[in-house]
Design a protein around this ligand. Structure first.
Ligand SMILES: N[C@@H](CCC(=O)N[C@@H](CS)C(=O)NCC(=O)O)C(=O)O
Length: 421
């Protein structure tokens, strides 16, 4: 069977799964090419040339048609033949199919994505926002529950693109967000979902159903009396201005999401003596050069008087589950360092695999006191901060591995890397 085109996405993306399911239902073959968002593959010029919006999923048909937007690609693949009549054969049916596709994405998947992003720290956590998204998700399931009580499929008496879309989205919800108690409230939706994913043409296309036991939860960063970084020798030289929320009392969680510094307070690094090492230039070089070339450039230019280099180890690796969630935690930390953006450069990495991963970062920081830069992140106490001495082979290797998104750490192979710049 010749392929009708190539789908680009991260694996198991619910927005891609529906497309593969539609192809399978139609008896069509679609090739799949992974796009690693964590490596910025969706922002590379060759990708943007075909898909200027720079998001996935995207698709190139065998005739060279480039498409983005999941529902458009799914529609294209579903309409490639009439084998399965996935799009309906009259205007009213097609409109109802469209209605449920829109419902799946906007009413169900969007709140689920938001909850996952909030709870994994990808976006700053806010309880009110999380509650609002759960209300939205429950509302969507309640509507589905009522509709599906007296229907086998969403529209008419056979599977349509609406069912493949909704089932892909529910699969994501069950595997990532909503636990057993949530699911038990919607028995008809559950029965319907299982019916769709077990349809013969798509059974092997849907990712494995591995439902989470409990609802995904945001775990506030744990705090210790004395952050390790504060004990580092360099910390002795910390100017008093390096105040940060990390020093707040343990019971002060509510405050943690507020900006770390009053807007008027100067950043502790703003008054440092000048340095010959230009961090903006370094960021450009890191973006434009292959990492080995960047490192060569870096070692020539680095000013050890004006900067320090540190390793960050996540303290709660034993609580990490899926690699993409660990990766989101790193993205979250990167966002929360925003107030210090001008003063650091480096990378973070997840090493290992699902349920067996560790998070580590290597960062070049302005000044001599790491907390002057890192202290703006409320969750920094979740990391131990250790100075790296790049004249030592072991530290240098770690530094280079993380910046290159390569190698192993604590016996685990690098799984994902993120820029900090
Ligand atoms: N409206 C698009 C949204 C696609 C989308 O949000 N894709 C995410 C991954 S699931 C993405 O590519 N994010 C990368 C970015 O935002 O740069 C669709 O429905 O296909």
């Amino acid at each position: 069977m010749s392929s009708v085109g190539t789908l680009y996405s991260w694996p198991n993306n619910p927005k891609a799964v529906r497309i593969l399911a539609a192809a399978a239902y139609n008896g069509a073959k679609v090739d799949f090419q992974e796009v690693k968002l964590s490596e910025g593959e969706h922002q590379k010029p060759e990708f943007l040339k075909k898909f200027p919006h720079g998001k996935v999923p995207t698709f190139t048909s065998s005739e060279g048609l480039n498409l983005s937007e999941a529902s458009a690609i799914a529609r294209f693949v579903a309409g490639i033949s009439n084998n399965a009549n996935l799009l309906g054969s009259d205007n009213a049916t097609s409109a109802q199919i469209e209605q449920w596709i829109s419902f799946s994405d906007d009413e169900l998947l969007t709140p689920a994505f938001q909850i996952a992003s909030l709870c994994t720290g990808r976006i700053p956590y806010n309880k009110v926002t999380e509650d609002r998204q759960w209300t939205g998700l429950n509302r969507a399931f309640a509507t589905l529950e009522t509709h599906i009580k007296n229907h086998t499929f969403l529209v008419g008496h056979q599977v349509t693109l609406a069912d493949l879309t909704l089932a892909s989205d529910i699969l994501f919800v069950q595997n990532t967000v909503a636990g057993a108690d949530f699911r038990s409230k919607y028995p008809n939706a559950q029965r319907y979902f299982e019916t769709v994913i077990n349809q013969a043409p798509v059974k092997s296309v849907f990712p494995a159903l591995n439902p989470v036991q409990d609802n995904i939860k945001f775990t506030p960063p744990k705090k210790e009396e004395k952050p390790k970084a504060a004990a580092a020798p360099a910390a002795a030289a910390a100017p008093k201005a390096a105040k940060k929320p990390a020093a707040k009392k343990d019971d002060d969680d509510e405050e943690d999401d507020k900006p770390a510094e009053p807007k008027s307070a100067p950043h502790p690094c703003s008054t440092l003596p000048p340095t010959s090492f230009n961090l903006d230039e370094a960021k450009r070089q890191y973006s434009n050069l292959d990492t080995p070339d960047f490192l060569k450039w870096f070692y020539e230019k680095y000013d050890a008087e004006g900067y320090n280099i540190v390793k960050l180890d996540y303290k709660y690796n034993d609580e990490l589950t899926q690699v993409f969630m660990s990766s989101n935690l790193i993205t979250g930390l990167n966002s929360r360092l925003e107030a210090s953006r001008k003063y650091f450069l480096g990378a973070g990495a997840v090493f290992g695999a699902n349920n067996d991963s560790v998070i580590a970062l290597a960062l070049i920081l302005r000044g001599k006191n790491p907390m002057d830069v890192l202290g703006v992140a409320p969750d920094i106490d979740s990391y131990s901060v250790t100075p790296l001495d790049i004249s030592k082979a072991e530290d240098k290797k770690f530094f280079e591995d993380v910046l290159s998104w390569e190698g192993e750490y604590q016996g685990k192979k690098l799984a994902e890397g993120k820029f900090f710049k």
